[in-house]
Design a protein around this ligand. Sequence first.
Ligand SMILES: C[S@@+](CC[C@H](N)C(=O)[O-])C[C@H]1O[C@@H](n2cnc3c(N)ncnc32)[C@H](O)[C@@H]1O
Length: 266
Amino acid sequence: MSESMAPATADRVLDLLREPPGTPDVSAGYLDLLGPSAKAPPSLAQSVMESTFLPRIYEKVWRPVGFNLAKGWPLGPDTAEEHAMARDWLGLSHPGYAARPPATVLDVACGPGNVTRALAAGIGPEGLVVGLDASESMLARAVADTDPGADVRYVRGDAVDLPFRDGAFDAVCCFGALYLFDDPWTAVDGMTRVLKPGGRLVILTSRRPAPLPSARLGGELLRRATGFTVFGDREVTEALADRGFTAIRQRRYPLMQVVGGSRSPR
Ligand SMILES: C[S@@+](CC[C@H](N)C(=O)[O-])C[C@H]1O[C@@H](n2cnc3c(N)ncnc32)[C@H](O)[C@@H]1O
């Protein structure tokens, strides 16, 4: 077991799993549930995420430039405002606030842990944020950039087949990744399943700016060529409504949208 994942904390993550492994592999500083036999990345977009170069420039260059433009910079929220929105919508607190909930939070497709750490700034001492990603290079960066004393742990797993128990989390966040999944709606099913009744979900994903058939056709061609899905304005909100979410809300930006809601209390 590596120093960056102490036994007690590994146990906290293992407690959240549907089928905890008999011999957990935490040798890289995260709990690896995929191992060397993981499938090759299926799309061009996911292959880029698996590269060793992207994690090095992701948080400082790729993420702020690409995402802020897609959110309509300078009118849309910058990275700090986006993180504050995520904490608000998930019912968490903020850095510097005394009262922080002891929430158990899942960050789906956490990449290098940029959003994971922002969520951790809004939880109390008994809380835990688990970042899950499939990419070894992204997770290596996440572990390196996260204070080992923080209430944050990382898991290598598949976002479309979440390895966690039903109702394990108070809040689930999935930023900048739903459009990469080969089956986004099965992923949303899983996020719903691992939420406690009444727990909150927030998703930041792509947005098709125009409802025109030509825009839809362009989006379909993009998906086939690269694996990148562009979602219409009602697709994600309706997916949450279909799964019994309440208090559904949405912010629309030129090329992105944020959608949130509360899982039905029953
Ligand atoms: C653009 S990054 C997003 C990072 C961070 N959440 C953010 O908002 O900046 C997308 C991440 O999704 C991960 N990813 C894509 N498909 C995945 C899957 N099926 N399971 C787990 N992670 C996946 C990639 O490895 C990559 O790290």
